[in-house]
Design a protein around this ligand. Structure first.
Ligand code: DC
Length: 221
């Protein structure tokens, strides 16, 4: 008999939709390993910027994606990766098919062998339900209005002392969303079998409770 593969929960959605927090809490709740795949693209963006390269240039970005330091940088999760300039660079490098291909194996391996011997994996990103783990047992597309997402992101950046305005955060976010959704390689979109979770009027706890309900239904627990 073939070995049973471990369950995968795919959480996708646009910037500041709350998907990262939901994914992290789901992983803790179900005892699964968690991977924030945005950190991989952010690490590639950081490597490009550190070498004064252009994230929009495919060969520069691909070279960075093959850098042996990408995964450790992403896993270390230093707060530099969350900076606004890195968000923009990440979205640009993520549009190159060669960059996505270079990061594919790590993500698939994480799904098949969740680190720490955990019973399953929760991945969050833009293409988890569509490309990385199309057979995931539960797929949730977390979203919220542009204004609600920009407000959350604005507060987060302000809290970290970044010098930003709400208007600039909203404009940058819309630009990034449009680039992520319109690219030819693995465009950000809900999988056909994803459940849409709109968190616009929800607190973080309400959104998490709803996500748990959706996953439990799929896991039949
Ligand atoms: O989730 P995030 O905001 O940290 O992601 C940063 C950028 O990386 C985002 O603008 C698009 C890209 N990304 C992607 O293309 N595919 C993923 N699975 C995750 C992120």
């Amino acid at each position: 008999m073939a070995p049973r593969s471990s369950p995968i929960i795919a959480i996708d959605g646009p910037a500041a939709s709350g998907k990262g927090t939901i994914a992290k809490r789901l992983a803790a709740h179900f005892g699964f390993a968690h991977l924030d795949t945005g950190l991989l693209y952010r690490a590639v963006g950081l490597i490009v910027l550190n070498t004064f390269g252009d994230p929009a240039d495919a060969s520069t970005a691909e070279k960075a994606a093959h850098d042996v330091g990408v995964i450790p940088k992403a896993m270390a999760d230093p707060s530099i990766l969350r900076e606004d300039r890195i968000s923009v660079a990440a979205s640009k490098v993520a549009a190159h098919p060669g960059v996505r291909a270079a990061l594919l194996k790590f993500q698939r391996d994480f799904c098949t062998h969740p680190p720490g011997g955990e019973a399953g994996a929760v991945l969050d990103g833009r293409d988890i339900g569509t490309v990385i783990a199309p057979t995931a047992i539960a797929k949730i597309y977390v979203t919220a209005s542009d204004e609600a997402r920009a407000q959350r992101r604005f507060k987060e950046l302000q809290g970290r002392g970044e010098n930003v305005t709400y208007a600039s955060v909203l404009a940058d976010m819309k630009e990034r969303d449009a680039r992520d959704a319109s690219r030819a390689a693995a465009p950000a979109k809900p999988a056909r079998d994803a459940v849409i979770l709109d968190t616009t009027t929800m607190t973080a706890d309400q959104a998490f409770a709803e996500a748990v309900r959706i996953v439990e239904q799929k896991l039949n627990v």
